[in-house]
Design a protein around this ligand. Sequence first.
Ligand code: CP
Length: 308
Amino acid sequence: MSSFLDIHTTDPADLRAMIDQGRAMKDARHGLPKGAPDAEQPLANRMVALIFEKPSTRTRISFDVGIRQMGGQTMVLSGADMQLGHGETIADTARVLSRYVDLIMIRTFEEQTLHEMAEYADVPVINGLTNRTHPCQIMADVMTYEEHRGPIAGKKVVWSGDGNNVFASFAHAAGQFGFDLTFTGPPTLDPEREWLDFCAAKGHPVTIDRNPERAVEGADLVVTDTWVSMHDPQSARERRHNQLRPYQVNEHLMGLAKPDALFMHCLPAHRDDEATSAVMDGPHSVIFDEAENRLHAQKAVVRWCLGL
Ligand code: CP
């Protein structure tokens, strides 16, 4: 049994196996109603706690549905409604939950909370997003790229915008899956040095190019995300918009990428801010496949965590 805390701390061969299993499990469900059980029921008699200290649509529903399809049971918990939100320690919460459930997925603010949960829990813990990383999203994104275009290794991926927690997991994936990542955004919103150092050490240094038009030339995949993340203060909204406006992904920018380039956004989006509706709903966009693949990729992550 293993926790899935981040892409850069997970063995690349295991990451590859999870992507491949996610795709196989998706194929095996072809034509089935959403609520139908999978042919295999590896999570029969397993109970999973899904804890949210921040809002969620995709993560909450995709984990819940996926675990049920595999025969497991779920409880979706709000951190604010638990004693965790009223002073009980993370360590005590982890030890108590471990007496009731077989797996914990947590979406939280500080990375430290995730790590403390994993340290004190006797069951695997999955990172459903922290302020620093969002690994489940990028597992789904790698799966999505590969189901449309084949292996992502060696491809040019361009991130336009804020060097945030979703970018961080893309950087980890670049190192682990072997693709070339370019960041284009303002210097004030650069990614953390630690993530850039990780990619460099893996032999896939991140290219930083402040000119978005030059950056997207020859891109196989263009990615962006919201300009104000859940953990950013709303007071920063206007300043961030002013800084990030030149990095909006619009039809002009997409037109500079390869003709068959894909466009991704993890959602939720602020349409016509970070990306125009013309791009989000256009021929390059695979945003709803990404959302669907959260379900399939995470099912493989859950099985890996439980050794099933
Ligand atoms: N992309 C993502 O994590 O979506 P939610 O915030 O809706 O879970």
